[in-house]
Design a protein around this ligand. Sequence first.
Ligand SMILES: *[C@@H]1O[C@H](CO)[C@@H](O)[C@H](O)[C@H]1NC(C)=O
Ligand SMILES: *[C@@H]1O[C@H](CO)[C@@H](O)[C@H](O)[C@H]1NC(C)=O
Ligand SMILES: *[C@@H]1O[C@H](CO)[C@@H](O)[C@H](O)[C@H]1NC(C)=O
Ligand SMILES: *[C@@H]1O[C@H](CO)[C@@H](O)[C@H](O)[C@H]1NC(C)=O
Ligand SMILES: *[C@@H]1O[C@H](CO)[C@@H](O)[C@H](O)[C@H]1NC(C)=O
Ligand SMILES: *[C@@H]1O[C@H](CO)[C@@H](O)[C@H](O)[C@H]1NC(C)=O
Length: 772
Amino acid sequence: MEISSLFCLLLLLLLLPPSSCLAQKQAYIVYFGEHSGDKSWEEIEERHHSYLMSVKDTENDAKSSLLYSYKHTINGFAAVLTQQQASKLSELEEVVSVIESKKYGMHTTRSWEFSGVEEDKPRLSDLVSKAKAGKDVVIGMLDSGVWPKSKSFSDKGMGPVPKSWKGICQTGPAFESSHCNRKIIGARYYVKGYEHHFGRLNETTDFRSPCDMDGHGSHTASIAGGRRVYNVSAFGGVARGTASGGAPGVRLAIYKVCWAIPNQMKSLGNVCFDTDVLAAMDDAISDGVDVLSLSIGKSDPYNYTDDGIAIGALHAVKRDIVVSCSAGNSGPTPSTLSNVAPWIITVGASTVDREFYSPVILGNGLKIKGLSVAPSKLRRNKMYPLVYAVDIQKPHVPRNESGSCIAGSLSHKKAKGKIVLCYRGQGISRYAGSLEVKRSGGAGMILGLVPAVGARLHADPHFVPATAVSYDDANRILKYIKSHRNPTATIVPPITIYGSRPAPAMANFTSRGPSLVDPHFLKPDITAPGVDILAAWSEKDSPTKLPKSFDPRIVKYNIYSGTSMSCPHVSAAAALLRAIHPTWSQAAIRSALMTTATTTNKYGHPITDDSTTDNSPATPFSFGSGHFRPTKAADPGLVYDANYTDYLHYLCGLKMNSIDRSFKCPPRALHPHDLNYPSIAIPKLKGGVRIKRTVTNVGGGGKSVYFFESWAPPGVAVRASPSVLYFDRVGQRKRFTITVSGKVKGNGYSFGWFAWSDGVHYVRSPIAISST
Ligand SMILES: *[C@@H]1O[C@H](CO)[C@@H](O)[C@H](O)[C@H]1NC(C)=O
Ligand SMILES: *[C@@H]1O[C@H](CO)[C@@H](O)[C@H](O)[C@H]1NC(C)=O
Ligand SMILES: *[C@@H]1O[C@H](CO)[C@@H](O)[C@H](O)[C@H]1NC(C)=O
Ligand SMILES: *[C@@H]1O[C@H](CO)[C@@H](O)[C@H](O)[C@H]1NC(C)=O
Ligand SMILES: *[C@@H]1O[C@H](CO)[C@@H](O)[C@H](O)[C@H]1NC(C)=O
Ligand SMILES: *[C@@H]1O[C@H](CO)[C@@H](O)[C@H](O)[C@H]1NC(C)=O
């Protein structure tokens, strides 16, 4: 720790106001905009150094405080500064902004949750073959690294690395140059921002290399571009399935930016600093990635000019790189989205229709639904004595009537060889009960939900044969125990079943709109599978992320949930579209994915919301345009295109044009509504608004006629002018104006949509409107 910050801490201990801590040093990003392209790296470093020298006393101080010089496309540097030095730099004419370094987290649910669904495989495989599986398209993964030995990253049968690729293979502990291959074509790591904050990386908790000790990075990378690996299982034969890998022929470039938090339970996940993220994005853009996939972010909103991911992404889209990011897991509370810039694809998470079914059979023949992925060691056709946790507590521990199997509470004598009924304790790990049953020698466990923890059953890899049942079912089992002299039960080993519940449904945890940064954009954009996803894992981490002393298990594949898992599904779809339509812009690819998404589930009913107990329909504030359909997206008919200049015009309207100083805002700025986006949000409708849009014909035939259709909430009308669009050739653009008029009834947002259809294509856009 530096003297100044030590001093500051001491002051704080003496309860002085924090303003006395102006001398405390912090990492900052000093941002200049774009590189003009005519300077060598040495010249750039020299310039950054001279800026630092203008606020530092000595050459050495300037050198040692520099974390990164961003020198490819992003012009700026990251350095450790006092607040005074930072504000002095921010006053300089050439400096666009000085941003205090921020932490991002990974968007997985804290402990993994399960429920059930799968994408439509057969038709997806047609698309994959049409796109030659995304051959020669490169996805850059910014995450916790990769476990390179996984079968998912085998390069068997893949062609040589694309000639245009300029990335490198950085080596280090557990990551050798041979770990880069024709699948993982690049790997780098960025740790300076982390080490500034936490001190030197503790190498027993993470590898100082692109190798993944956490599991998250391997999981997301294998979802985006892993080989398809059939018949893998997460836990000793249960939860069998195909490991996801949306674009199996795609190349992966690994940028490790997320690291273990020191002295923390691993289940809290990793931390990623924007100083490191921006350095990785700068390299990735110049290495030649086509898609960037970031399953990281924050739940409090940042203005675009303060958000490293938004700034890096803008530089990426200038080179037509698609940037796909997770929306966050802070739902179901409204306005909890991260990564909401309109040049980013913001991805929500929904369920798949798969369940790990493991019912309970009671001595009286009653069969009760349960979910589990715990391997069963129970004897077939044998009934076990069944007891209730409360009835077998140790005599000397304080009585607890809740039935949650609290650590150390069960009597070994009374539990041994029996199946124990426990209830979920509020605020206790879902594994706590089965650990206690294991400790006390129980043969198995039935875990009953309690209303306080929600209605969703989780299939978990418990430590004894065990299954999770609903609250009502647990009460039925308890009634059976109380009313029989010798109650017995057995647990049927889990099997994977499909189609047992309507899917997709929006995950309870997925972050919701409206966007607080700019409510003129309907965010998230789209949803994709993010619940119970089977994918590659690090062999250095336990599947439950509990410490080794509790969970020594090693798995090659794991099941995990979060918008972290849905984001790489969309990254993979974007890579396939890039392979099929190499000339499409980043905005065209996003538009194709959005306008072809579906708002209905596989039974043709509206997608429901798992945050409701009565399966109410979900809204565009959780699914955006809907659930992605990569096969439809390959042929969308029309696209809403936009380029870098359009995004700058949009920023001019927000008075945030400083992101690129070389651009002069026109006197009449663009209204945020008029950025050519495939969806519409109107936060304060009073009277009427006119919104400009342009569509580009990308339909195969060339000649076509599109008709307008719309559906508006009561009290509102949505019209288009013109309402018929004629196209004679591919690439032709047509403008139209959407007029939304009236007043939304009641408080808050209502939703509608409009679409263009030529009888073959259906180009649909959601609208969110509020009048309050
Ligand atoms: C590194 O982490 C290990 C495991 O958490 C811990 O035992 C050790 O004390 C740490 N080392 C340092 C230098 O903090
Ligand atoms: C899947 O693997 C298991 C164990 O490795 C094997 O018993 C089973 O036959 C395999 N199933 C298929 C469909 O290949
Ligand atoms: C974002 O910018 C607006 C306008 O410049 C400002 O009012 C607001 O406080 C900023 N929000 C955050 C979270 O910094
Ligand atoms: C019983 O355990 C639960 C945790 O599962 C706790 O919330 C509750 O307060 C405990 N009750 C008593 C009486 O100790
Ligand atoms: C959804 O999640 C919230 C917060 O975690 C929880 O309180 C609520 O019970 C959950 N809802 C359902 C239906 O599971
Ligand atoms: C960007 O798109 C606009 C139309 O929205 C067009 O006028 C402009 O030429 C395009 N700029 C570039 C650099 O392609």
